[in-house]
Design a protein around this ligand. Sequence first.
Ligand code: ADP
Ligand code: MG
Length: 252
Amino acid sequence: MNLLEIKNIRKSFEELEVLKDISLTVKKGQVLAIIGPSGSGKSTLLRCATLLERVDSGSIYYKGEPMVVNNRNGQAVYSEPAQLKKIRSYFGLVFQNFNLFPHFSVLRNITEAPIHVAGQRKEQALETALDLLRQMGLEDKAEAYPYQLSGGQQQRVSIARALALQPDVLFFDEPTSALDPELTGEILKVIRELAGKHMTMVIVTHEMDFAREVADHIIFMDGGVIVEQGKAFDLVNNPQQERTKLFLKRLG
Ligand code: ADP
Ligand code: MG
């Protein structure tokens, strides 16, 4: 089943066209990796897919329900706010810089949205949060504040926070880019475990070995277009396009 269907989306910032006719689908249980040089439009694509940014034209469907469609002039028309809010609640987001609330404890970072946005009972939200912290190996950090944690621990809290809202799809934007190499492994391990549980994920990453191992499908972007895509192993081991070959070679 297709969860997310993106068709022919375009996005410009002023004169700069950042996404040029991008189409892709995300199937239930799939792990999709998006790779490409800095500035190629990966974050913008993720932000458009998750409604943090608006496209200029094209359409996006979630489980067949429209988030945005084109009108007769080829301009994007977004669905009603209530519909968008509902669809948005199916998405979990994990960013490069963790984005935790600095003045909230770890526990409160995780329970805040479930209680105040999703309307969960406090006891229920606490139970879920403690359970997630155990899964992340952070059960002893519930009362700590973000500044007392390593980058890797902060990122695990931010993954727990995203999971607490029971998303259908988890989106990661370079989840290990702000981490020292020795902390990267602990985040990749968590993502690998989520893949083992068939969590649907879209991951922007520079970790090519990881992408090849965990992703089902890889999309290579450059200059706002999808240059090449395919099964993860094939794309990394046997790229067809010169630009893809060059990019992979530069990464070593
Ligand atoms: P990537 O994540 O692949 O590095 P981005 O999607 O962040 O690429 O950026 C793609 C291009 O769009 C870059 O040239 C960037 O400078 C530009 N860009 C991104 N966000 C904005 C914005 N809010 N305003 C203006 N330009 C932006
Ligand atoms: Mg980016």
